[in-house]
Design a protein around this ligand. Structure first.
Ligand code: PLP
Length: 435
């Protein structure tokens, strides 16, 4: 029973360094958050030792009496956190991540080569929604199923529902996936339901990014219109890294009466083995927290902070995709400033500001993302308010100005840009200020 420090100092030291990086950086990755001590305690518990293939009450291993209780509690809390009636909705809490949750949902709903439509990655969609380039089927969701993505309007950056309706009429998909990784606007689930119904298609929402906002009723309710809802648990929901699949239950013989069996079978045995019980316990803790009044306040503040960030950047003359945000993220279009997302990410890294380069609709090449995605969830967990995000915008503005002046001297090559930025006294002094 030696401690990590006694057993393996190398790993211990690396964890301490990462902990310090998280503590000392301005964390703006929209898909990240700081989970609670309680969640981490559950996640690092003895539950990691247990095999429990199957579902509570029907396992392929003995010794699961406490694990069954953990998983049942997690399922109950998942339904409660989203105000779902257990007679109408069920949930599988075993997916190891958002990607495996999505692939299991597709396995449940589709046969190989069935057609699906999801938001294109350059429009803000996720890989697992059927991503393929002109040259290559990238995601298994495009390799094993036929995918025809829909896009945002190239002028406004807002989802083009009319075009989606026309494309669906031609393509006749069996599944429409809504939800995104880099889309700052609200979803019209009722309209999507109509489009799906016109072709007898399933409608699935992947609310990975916004599930904390949905739980807090700070985003539209996908459950009112979708057959299946998937989510990750570690973004706005602030839990450990994993996924959930919610499925509609219906009386025998009606549409969706078979979803429970299909989803559960798709997760295990089709796509996964033993559940990660320690993670499921961590999810249960996070879901309990997500049902609290404090979490509602947190979700409200996330939105206020993201809006404050968008407005502050706009007031400095920057272009924000869709001209603002309805949720936790801001997509910053750097193309008018003649700066790439990669360079902005690099200089921010050096300044201890963590962002990620991101494609912006209409980018000329997927290899040169035209913008950066900025998110408010993590810093809001650390107590940041609107005025703090105005200060963050000021740092980002100064970073962009420095990046432009360095670029003016070094030309386009990112290698030269990095060398010059690391040597810049102005960059060093801004880094001190951020710290
Ligand atoms: N779905 C969406 C919308 C996401 O943004 C992500 C990850 O960022 C995923 C699914 C995949 O989640 P994971 O990284 O846990 O596999």
């Amino acid at each position: 029973n030696t401690t990590l420090l006694e057993e393996d100092k190398e790993i211990y030291d690396l964890i301490q360094k990462e902990k310090w990086r998280q503590y000392s950086c301005l964390e703006l990755i929209a898909s990240e958050n700081f989970t609670s001590q309680a969640v981490m305690e559950a996640n690092g518990s003895a539950l990691t030792n247990k095999y429990s293939e199957g579902l509570p009450g029907a396992r392929y291993y003995g010794g699961n009496e406490w694990v069954d209780e953990v998983e049942n509690l997690c399922r109950k809390r998942a339904l409660e956190a989203f105000r779902l009636n257990p007679e109408k909705w069920g949930v599988n809490v075993q997916p190891y991540s958002g990607s495996t949750a999505n692939f299991s949902a597709l396995t449940a709903l589709l046969s190989p080569h069935d057609r699906l439509m999801g938001l294109d990655l350059p429009s803000g969609g996720h890989l697992t929604h059927g991503y393929a380039t002109a040259k290559k089927k990238v995601s298994s969701s495009a390799i094993y199923f036929e995918s025809f993505p829909y896009q945002v309007d190239m002028q406004t950056g807002v989802l083009d529902y009319d075009k989606l309706e026309q494309s669906a009429a031609l393509y006749r998909p069996k599944l429409i996936i809504c939800g995104a990784s880099a889309y700052a606007r609200e979803w019209d689930y009722a309209r999507l339901r109509k489009i799906a119904d016109a072709h007898g298609a399933y409608l699935m929402a992947d609310i990975a990014h916004i599930s904390g906002l949905v739980a807090a009723q700070e985003a539209a309710d996908p459950f009112a219109h979708c057959d299946i809802v998937t989510t990750t648990t570690h973004k706005t929901l602030r839990g450990p890294r994993a996924g959930l699949i919610f499925f509609q239950r219906a009386p025998k013989g009606e549409k969706n009466s078979d979803l429970e069996e299909k989803v559960n079978f798709a997760v295990f045995p089709s796509n996964q083995g033993g559940p990660h019980n320690n993670t499921i316990a961590g999810i249960a803790v996070a879901l309990k927290q997500a049902a609290s009044p404090e979490f509602r306040q947190y979700a409200k503040q996330v939105k206020l902070n993201a809006s404050a960030l968008a407005e502050a950047l706009k007031s400095k003359g920057y272009k924000i995709v869709t001209d603002g945000t309805d949720n936790h993220l801001v997509l910053w279009d750097l193309r008018p400033n003649k700066l790439t997302g990669s360079k902005m990410e690099k200089i921010c890294d050096y300044l201890n500001i963590t962002v990620n380069k991101n494609a912006v609709h209409g980018d000329s090449s997927a290899l040169v993302p035209g913008g950066c995605r900025l998110g408010a969830p993590a810093l809001t967990s650390r107590g940041f308010k609107e005025k703090d995000f105005v200060q963050v915008a000021e740092f980002l503005h100064r970073a962009a100005q420095l990046a432009l002046s360095i670029q003016a001297n070094t030309g386009k090559m990112i290698k030269d840009f990095i060398v010059a930025l690391e040597a810049s006294d102005e960059v060093k002094s801004l880094r001190k200020e951020v710290e």
